[in-house]
Design a binder for this molecule. Structure first.
Ligand SMILES: O=P(O)(O)OC[C@H]1O[C@](O)(COP(=O)(O)O)[C@@H](O)[C@@H]1O
Length: 380
C-alpha cells in the first residue's frame, strides 16, 4: 500500500500515515497493545461487523431501491415501476454480493435492527463473548458460558441522520466477565455483568462512518485510531496515541435548548462565545447531532462536546467515550462526577454528558449549575 500523509489538526497535530502504522490486528497481536489473543479475536469480529455496517450506511440510496428489489432485478432485469433502480444505483447493485444485497434491503426496512443484528451475530461468532448488552435490546443477551468478555454497545448512533447522509457511528465497551457470579441464573448474571462501572472497562471504542470510516479504540494505554482502507479492507493505524489538546476553541451542544438550560450553563456558553473565559478567545460552535462525529472532532481539535439533558446512556455511550477521552488526556463528566466512577443501576440509564479537553472541562464544571433539569421531550 502506498503511503499518504494528511494533516488533520491545527494544534497537537496528528499526522495520518496510512502504510507505516500497520493494521489494527497487527497492533493488537504484536504486543503494542499487549491485549492477548482473546481480545484480538473479539476485535477481528467487531471489525468485520463494522465493515459491513460501513458499506450499508454508505449506500442509503440503493437501500431504498432494494427494499422492493428481487435478486433478478439486482442482477439487472425484471423490476418495474417505482422499484426500477436508477442507472447509477444499478451499477452499484451489480457489484454487490448477496450478503450486501441482504444487508441493504434489511437496512432500508429498519436501520437500527440490522446494525444490531450484525454486531450481535459477529460477537456470538467470535466465541469470546459471554454477554452483550445493546442499546437496541431491552435486556442483555447471554451468549457463551465461558466467553471471557462482556460487551456493551450502541450499534448505530445518530441513526436519525441517515436519510441526510450525515455521519453515524457504532460505540462499544468491553469488560471482563465477572467469574465470581457464574453460578447465578443467566438473566441475573447477564444484567450484573452489564452494569459494571466504566472504571472496569478493559477496552472501548467507536467506529465513525463518515467520509472515512475510522475505528478509534483504547485498550487501557492510550487512544488510537485506525482508518479503513477500502482497497485492502483493513483498518490501518493512522492516529497513534491521540492526545486531545488541553484547550480547544469549539463547543458542541444543541443550543436551541438554551432557554431550557440552567443558569450556570447559559453563563458558561455566553462567556466563551464572547471570548471572556479563562481562554481569551471567542469560541465557535459545531453540532452535528451525531454523538460519535461530534466526539471524534472534539478528540482531534479539542474543546467540549455535551448533551446537558439526561438523554445519552451511561452504559452504552457515556462510559466508552469517557474511557477514550480519559485515555487521550481529557475528561468525561455528568457535570458533577467523573463518568467512569458512576455505578449504573439500570441498563438504559440516561444522564447529562460532558466530554472534552481538560482545561475546558474544568472551566465548564466550575460553573456548577450545568445539568439541564427539565427535559420536556423535543420533536426534532
Ligand atoms: O436531541 P439532542 O438532545 O440534541 O440529542 C442528540 C443526540 O442524540 C443522539 O442522536 C442519540 O440519540 P438516540 O440514542 O435516541 O439515537 C446522538 O447521536 C446525538 O448526539
Amino acid at each position: 500500500m502506498t503511503s499518504t500523509k494528511i494533516r488533520c489538526s491545527s494544534s497537537d497535530s496528528v499526522g495520518i500515515t496510512s502504510g507505516g502504522g500497520g493494521t489494527l490486528t497487527e497492533f493488537m497481536a504484536k504486543g503494542r497493545a499487549s491485549v492477548g489473543d482473546d481480545l484480538t479475536i473479539l476485535f477481528a469480529h467487531l471489525q468485520q461487523a463494522c465493515k459491513r455496517i460501513s458499506s450499508v450506511v454508505a449506500s442509503p440510496s440503493i437501500a431504498a431501491d432494494l427494499a422492493g428489489l428481487t435478486s433478478s432485478a439486482a442482477a439487472g432485469g425484471g423490476s418495474t415501476g417505482r422499484d426500477v433502480p436508477k442507472p447509477l444505483d444499478l451499477v452499484s447493485v451489480r457489484r454487490l454480493t448477496s450478503l450486501q444485497l441482504h444487508d441493504l434491503a434489511m437496512f432500508y426496512r429498519n436501520p437500527n435492527f440490522l446494525q444490531n443484528d450484525i454486531i450481535l451475530s459477529s460477537l456470538k461468532n467470535s466465541g469470546k463473548v459471554a454477554v452483550v448488552a445493546s442499546e437496541e435490546d431491552d435486556a442483555p443477551v447471554w451468549m457463551t458460558d465461558d466467553g471471557p468478555f462482556v460487551v456493551v454497545t450502541d450499534p448505530l448512533d445518530g441513526s436519525r441522520n441517515i436519510d441526510a447522509s450525515i455521519p453515524t457511528g457504532t460505540i462499544f465497551g468491553v469488560y471482563n466477565r465477572l467469574v465470581g457470579i457464574d453460578h447465578l441464573p443467566a438473566e441475573e448474571k447477564a444484567l450484573l455483568n452489564s452494569l459494571q462501572t466504566g472504571a472496569r472497562l478493559v477496552a472501548a471504542g467507536y467506529v465513525l462512518y463518515s467520509s472515512a470510516t475510522i475505528l478509534c479504540a483504547s485498550f487501557g494505554s492510550g487512544t488510537h485510531a485506525f482508518t479503513l482502507d477500502r482497497s485492502t479492507g483493513e483498518f490501518f493505524l493512522t492516529h497513534p496515541d491521540i492526545k486531545i489538546p488541553s484547550r480547544g476553541q469549539i463547543y458542541s451542544v444543541n443550543d436551541a435548548r438554551y432557554f431550557d438550560w440552567p443558569e450556570g450553563l447559559r453563563r458558561y456558553i455566553d462567556t466563551i462565545r464572547q471570548g471572556k473565559g479563562r481562554f481569551p478567545k471567542k469560541y465557535s460552535a459545531r453540532y452535528i447531532c451525531s454523538l460519535v462525529a461530534d466526539f471524534h472532532r472534539t478528540l482531534i481539535y479539542g474543546g467540549v462536546v455535551m448533551n446537558p439533558r439526561g438523554h445519552l446512556r451511561l452504559v452504552y455511550e457515556a462510559n466508552p467515550l469517557s474511557f477514550l477521552v480519559e485515555q487521550a488526556g481529557g475528561k468525561g463528566s455528568d457535570g458533577k462526577c467523573r463518568i467512569l466512577s458512576i455505578q449504573p443501576v439500570e441498563l438504559h440509564q440516561r444522564l447529562p454528558l460532558f466530554l472534552g479537553s481538560l482545561e475546558d472541562m474544568e472551566e465548564l464544571e466550575s460553573y456548577e449549575d450545568i445539568q439541564q433539569k427539565i427535559n420536556p421531550g423535543y420533536d426534532v
